[in-house]
Design a protein around this ligand. Structure first.
Ligand code: ASP
Ligand code: MG
Length: 401
């Protein structure tokens, strides 16, 4: 089999951990598999590099920043190469430009265009373990780019897709994907399987197990993906197109997002073009809007409320306030003291009452819902930030006990 194994930064944070991971790689190789390893930077290296950059120049060009940030992964692959050499195994480490991981020009958040398999294949044919830097690529002018924070997962999936690998294993410091954050929610349990679509929702809701672009890519190319622990040698969570127990499991996970703020534009005229003006203003400044709610008309006026990420809040308030006259609203209110709690589950496609069950849990706990939004496999509610942890717990109890 051809197996791609990716190890996150915390799994290779120090010498002892590098040696432990080398042991996993060695076992996979010695079982007769071809192994391509993708590594992140050790521990907090990337954050430390960002601090170093800021100390020299608070506003460096993104190109120079990528030259710096990509070094963390180069350290990891070199050290892993040495660890495997020490165990007497044939190994070669390669950077993003050596394997020709081609990306676009979007420094700091580059998208992969193609991955050349030539060099990797040559090395695998020599029965070498190939250790590749995650997170980095090379653009059309031969400059180093990085894929965005957490991007090594995407590097691993891209390499697995290009090589038509039999498996792509993402090793991390948790045992897999959980029904909720196991550090905070009592009774949270590991899922054996989850669908690509559910995982994409959870990843974009901030469940930090996988970079969301990696899941998108795994779905597109049908990559056999598994998230598993670097410490315990046991099965993790398989991410796939369809899972066996979708029918019984109404939901797969619950996520909380504290990085939200609510803005209410009150007393807008009830006429065509108002929503357009409002949201175009925000879109022009690249502010993403999530939940949108418009009330019914009362004597010719409406209220429109919506959420943005907390980091965009001040900017959004300012932009909307500036357009008070052209939009013609009466009042503007904002609230940063909110959180979004979401349930995700492909089971919603086939069973009814899932949203009602969630609302019942909140009602029992006397938690007020400010806004609701739904998609095919997700229900999100906006609630008071102070209630968010409790909400996740009571919803979890309701669905999983
Ligand atoms: N080292 C990079 C980061 O911290 C990439 C990764 O870990 O996936 O974001
Ligand atoms: Mg990571």
């Amino acid at each position: 089999m051809l197996i791609v194994q990716k190890f996150g930064g915390s799994s290779v944070a120090n010498t002892e951990k590098v040696m432990r991971v080398a042991g996993i790689i060695a076992d996979t190789y010695c079982e007769g598999n071809d192994v391509v390893v993708v590594l992140s930077a050790q521990g907090d290296t990337t954050d430390e590099l960002l601090e170093k950059a800021a100390a020299i120049n608070p506003n460096p060009s993104k190109r120079e920043l990528d030259v710096l940030l990509s070094t963390g992964e180069q350290i990891s692959v070199a050290l892993m190469g040495m660890a495997l050499e020490k165990m007497g195994l044939p190994v070669v480490s390669l950077t993003g430009w050596q394997v020709q991981m081609s990306t676009n020009f979007d420094y700091g958040n580059a998208r992969i265009r193609s991955v050349s398999t030539e060099r990797i294949r040559q090395e695998l044919d020599k029965r070498r373990i190939v250790v590749v830097t995650g997170f980095q690529g090379v653009n059309g002018t031969g400059d180093i780019t990085t894929l965005g924070r957490g991007g090594s997962d995407t590097s691993a999936v891209a390499i697995a897709a290009a090589l038509h690998a039999d498996k792509c294993q993402i090793f991390t410091d948790v045992e897999g994907v959980f029904t909720a954050d196991p550090r905070k929610v009592a009774g949270a349990r590991k899922l054996d399987e989850i669908t690509y679509d559910e995982m994409m929702e959870l990843a974009s809701l901030g469940a930090q197990v996988l970079h969301n672009r990696s899941v998108e890519m795994a779905k597109r190319y049908g990559v056999d993906l598994e998230v598993l622990s670097s410490y315990e040698r046991k099965p993790g969570t398989k991410v796939k197109e369809v899972v066996k127990n979708v029918e019984q499991m109404k939901i797969s996970g619950i996520a909380k997002d504290n990085n939200v703020a609510r803005i209410a534009v009150v007393g807008v005229p009830d006429e065509p073009g108002i929503a357009f003006k409002l949201f175009r203003t925000l879109a022009n400044s690249k502010i993403n809007v999530d939940i949108i709610l418009q009330s019914i008309d009362r004597n010719g006026t409406n209220d429109i409320s919506f959420t943005v990420s907390e980091s965009d809040y001040e900017k959004a308030m300012e932009l909307v306030a500036e357009r008070k006259d052209s939009i013609g609203f009466k009042d503007l209110y904002g609230d940063k003291n909110v959180a979004k709690v979401s349930i995700v589950g492909a089971g919603m496609l086939t069973s009814s009452g899932v949203a009602a069950t969630m609302f019942e849990a909140l009602s029992d706990a006397k938690i007020n819902i400010q806004m609701i939004s739904t998609s095919e496999i997700k229900v999100s509610v906006l609630i008071d930030k102070g209630n968010a942890d409790k909400a996740v717990q009571v919803i979890h109890n309701k669905f999983f006990n």
